[in-house]
Design a protein around this ligand. Structure first.
Ligand SMILES: Cc1ncc(COP(=O)(O)O)c(C=O)c1O
Length: 397
């Protein structure tokens, strides 16, 4: 039977890293993968994570299964991160479940939507994270797209976006990136979020909020602006959180799915359906990553350290954005790159064509996703000059 199986195409982003690792050029730079890198090009373990792990090593006393929805303390901490001092943080209209990363949060959300509303279509931005459509399709949902990015201005095409969101049929779902939009780095303003929230309320579509970069944009509170605008306007939404980036816990697979509903009874029903989806998928989540997050968030000292380390990561990314803009101007780039300085999070759309991306790789061993997405966190002071000179050389043809 297996001989008849056709090989799947390589993953668009992870395949690039394989090619990067095999490249022997000592100047090679990888701007493709979605992981934070420090000034030395390393993805560090946060100090607060190490401290929490030390504590867990002595205090953890069982490896028994977790409940289907994971650790109960963690499930109570997640809404506090989402809503801060707002009463929704402790409301019985809200239920969070621990998931293995943001990807599983999205998949459980998709399974839940499919089981409860099988004819719903999920609307995603153009462009969006490459895995979104795969996840929704794998759950048996249809996917359609609304406009988002405007290449001419390297900005948000808000007029087209909101026009499209006003035409989404009631009962469909709309996937929105709460902050640090992947892959463009462009987020709506506060006023635009209010308009999006009003559209969701008026048109009665379900907001699914992908929150993979809380704290990487402006700050933990500020980055939740879009979520809070929508939860003020709408009674129902789903949030898919990832702690891969903001805790640097990528391989530990730690995330959460949160449902907000109109009342406590509905929340119980929705939670029971969500747990059913989890049970037939991975049964219950892995412990370690969520145990770290719960330990950090339950200790004020550790939490303070986390905030400081998160700010360090955010400041480094924003510093690299400024250095890149200055570096491109210094290298006499044939076009203006100041838009990179206005975008937020790890990613930006460079505007490079697939052919230019190929040239960068072949001539300079600089690896970028073929749609032109660059991971700004992959830049360092040391490599900035080489990067800007190489880019200008390719742009000049
Ligand atoms: C927009 C977006 N959503 C979700 C995820 C999934 O995160 P995780 O690695 O926690 O599964 C990512 C990861 O890159 C992402 O960029």
């Amino acid at each position: 039977m297996f001989q008849k199986v056709e090989a799947a195409p390589p993953d668009a982003i992870l395949g690039i890293t394989e090619a990067f690792l095999a490249d022997t050029n000592p100047d090679k730079i990888n701007l493709s993968v979605g992981q934070y890198k420090d000034a030395h090009g390393k993805t560090p373990v946060l100090r607060c994570v190490k401290a929490a792990e030390q504590r867990l090593l002595t205090e953890e006393n069982t490896k028994a299964y977790l409940p289907i929805d994971g650790r109960q303390d963690y499930d109570r901490q997640v809404p506090s991160l989402l809503w801060g001092s707002d009463s929704l943080a402790t409301s019985n209209r809200v239920a969070s479940v621990q998931t293995p990363g943001g990807t599983a949060a999205l998949r459980v959300a998709a399974d839940f939507v499919q089981s409860a509303f099988p004819s719903a279509t999920v609307w995603c931005s153009t462009p969006t994270w490459a895995n979104h459509a795969s996840i929704f399709h794998a759950a048996g949902l249809k996917v359609q797209y609304y406009p988002y990015f405007r290449a001419e201005s390297n900005g948000l095409d808000f007029g087209a976006m909101i026009g499209s969101l006003h035409n989404v049929p009631a009962g469909d779902a709309v996937l929105l990136h709460v902050c640090c939009h992947n892959p463009t780095g462009i987020d709506p303003t506060a006023e635009q979020w209010s308009e999006i929230a009003a559209a969701a309320r008026e048109k009665q579509w379900l907001p699914i909020l992908d929150f993979a970069y809380q704290g990487f944009g402006v700050g933990l509170e500020e980055d939740a602006l879009g979520l809070r605008a929508i939860s003020s306007a709408c009674d129902e939404l789903l949030v898919c959180s990832s702690f891969s980036k903001n805790f640097g816990l990528y391989r530990e697979r730690v995330g959460a799915l949160t449902a907000l509903t109109g009342d406590a009874t509905t929340t119980k029903s929705v939670l029971s359906r969500i747990k059913k989806c989890i049970r037939s998928n991975y049964s219950n989540p892995p412990s370690h990553g969520a145990a770290i997050v719960a330990t950090v968030l339950s200790d004020p000292g550790f939490t303070k350290d986390w905030h400081a380390e998160l700010a360090e990561m955010r400041d480094r990314i924003n510093g690299m954005r400024s250095s890149f803009v200055a570096g491109m101007a210094k290298a006499n780039a044939p076009r203006d790159f100041s838009f990179i300085g206005q975008q937020r999070g790890m990613f930006s759309f460079s505007g490079l064509t697939p052919q230019q991306v190929d040239q960068l790789r072949d001539r300079f061993a600089i690896y970028v996703v073929r749609d032109g997405r660059i991971n700004v966190a992959g830049m360092t002071d040391e490599t900035m000059g080489y990067l800007c000179d190489s880019l200008v050389s390719v742009l000049e043809g």
